[in-house]
Design a protein around this ligand. Structure first.
Ligand SMILES: [Fe+2]
Length: 162
């Protein structure tokens, strides 16, 4: 993570708070990008019934994670911190466990997704809490992310097999 050249538009955050907010946003960015990659991996590799609803639901989730990652990255730029969404950075920085290669049945895929989504949402919620002491506008971005992920978690959890 590098600091972009200081410009007049930057908000009045002190360096310490700018760095802290940038750190929390960057950590969230890599996990949202990783989620979107995992979502596509599952979208392509699930098999079994009911295939189509989960296949399509995964694409909706991927779209949402991509949109959220964009919002997070652009908040970082707005406070003067260059976001890093490169593949190597995502691979090194994401706390989400990779999924297995190859095809997997829809029930297993759902379970794998719920576990990862729950873990990452918990981490982003902790970042959201920390940002309350740092920068409320950046916190607001993570509030949006957490609200969306928790709604998604509810929806995928209720579709888990009994
Ligand atoms: Fe597709």
């Amino acid at each position: 993570m590098t600091t972009v050249p200081r410009e007049a538009h930057l908000p009045a955050l002190d360096e310490h708070h700018r760095g802290e907010a940038g750190h929390e946003l960057q950590a969230t960015l890599v996990e949202l990008v990783d989620l979107s990659l995992i979502g596509k991996q599952l979208h392509w590799n699930i098999r079994g019934r009911p295939f189509k609803p989960l296949h399509e639901h995964l694409d909706e989730l991927v779209d949402s994670w991509r949109d959220l990652s964009d919002t997070v990255a652009e908040r970082a730029v707005a406070i003067g911190v260059a976001p890093d969404g490169r593949a190597a950075t995502v691979a090194a920085g994401s706390g989400i466990d990779p999924v297995e290669t190859g095809s997997l049945d829809t029930d297993t895929a759902l379970q794998e997704l719920v576990t990862r989504l729950a873990d990452v949402t918990e981490r982003i919620r902790a970042r959201m809490d920390r940002l309350g002491e740092v920068d409320l506008a950046s916190q607001d971005v993570l509030v949006e992310v957490v609200r969306e992920l928790e709604k998604q978690l509810w929806m995928v959890r209720v579709s888990l097999p009994a």
